[in-house]
Design a protein around this ligand. Structure first.
Ligand code: COA
Length: 150
C-alpha cells in the first residue's frame, strides 16, 4: 500500500470522503481548501484524508476514511500517523482532529496515535447538519476536539 498526494488531475474519491462526513458541501469545501492524501493498493484507492490549514502553525486532519471492506487492518492508523508526519514536515506545530461523541473507535484510534482531548464543541452536529446522524446507537450531537503538539 502506498500513501500519496491526490494529483490535481485525479477525481477525488467522493464515496470514501462522504463516509467520513455526510455533508457534501463541507467535503467539497475541505477539498478546495486542503491537501488530499490517498492510500492506494493494487491501483485502487482504499483510504483518504485531508490536511487543512486552520490557524497559524495549526493544521486539522479531516475526512479520514478507509474503505469499509478494508477496515480493521491497521490502515486507519497508518493514515493518521502519515498525517502527523506530513504536518511535521510542513512545519506545523499543532495538529488537531475532531470526532462525534459516538465515535468510540475513532476516539480509541486517535488517542493511540498520541492525540489528547482538548474540548467539546457542543451541538456542533445539530448546528451544521440538517439530518439527525446516529452511530453505535448514539445520536451524534457534540464534537470531541483532540490535538497534539508536533
Ligand atoms: C475510523 C476509520 C478511519 C478507522 O480505520 P481502520 O483502518 O478501520 O482502523 P485501524 O484498523 O487502523 O484501527 C485503528 C485502531 O483503533 C482501535 N479501535 C477501533 N475501534 C476500537 C474500539 N471500539 N475500542 C478500542 N479500540 C478500537 C483498533 O484496535 C486499532 O488499534 P490497534 O492498532 O492498536 O489495534 C474507519 O473505521 C472509517 O473509515 N470509518 C468511517 C469513517 C469515519 O468515521 N471517519 C472518521 C471521521 S472522525
Amino acid at each position: 500500500m502506498e500513501i500519496r498526494v491526490l494529483n490535481e488531475n485525479e477525481q477525488p474519491p467522493m464515496e470514501l470522503l462522504l463516509l467520513a462526513d455526510p455533508s457534501r458541501k463541507l467535503v467539497e469545501e475541505y477539498m478546495q481548501r486542503g491537501q488530499c492524501f490517498v492510500a492506494e493498493a493494487a491501483d485502487r484507492i482504499i483510504g483518504v484524508y485531508v490536511l487543512l490549514r486552520t490557524r497559524p502553525e495549526t493544521v486539522e486532519l479531516v475526512n479520514l476514511a478507509v474503505d469499509e471492506n478494508c477496515q480493521g487492518k491497521g490502515i486507519g492508523k497508518q493514515l493518521v500517523n502519515h498525517a502527523i508526519h506530513q504536518a511535521k514536515l510542513l512545519g506545523f506545530k499543532t495538529i488537531e482532529i475532531g470526532t462525534g461523541n459516538s465515535g468510540v473507535g475513532q476516539l480509541a484510534l486517535y488517542q493511540k496515535c498520541g492525540f489528547r482531548i482538548t474540548g467539546i464543541d457542543r451541538d456542533f452536529f445539530v448546528r451544521h447538519y440538517n439530518e439527525k446522524i446516529f452511530e453505535n446507537g448514539i445520536q451524534v450531537v457534540d464534537m470531541i476536539r483532540l490535538s497534539q503538539d508536533l
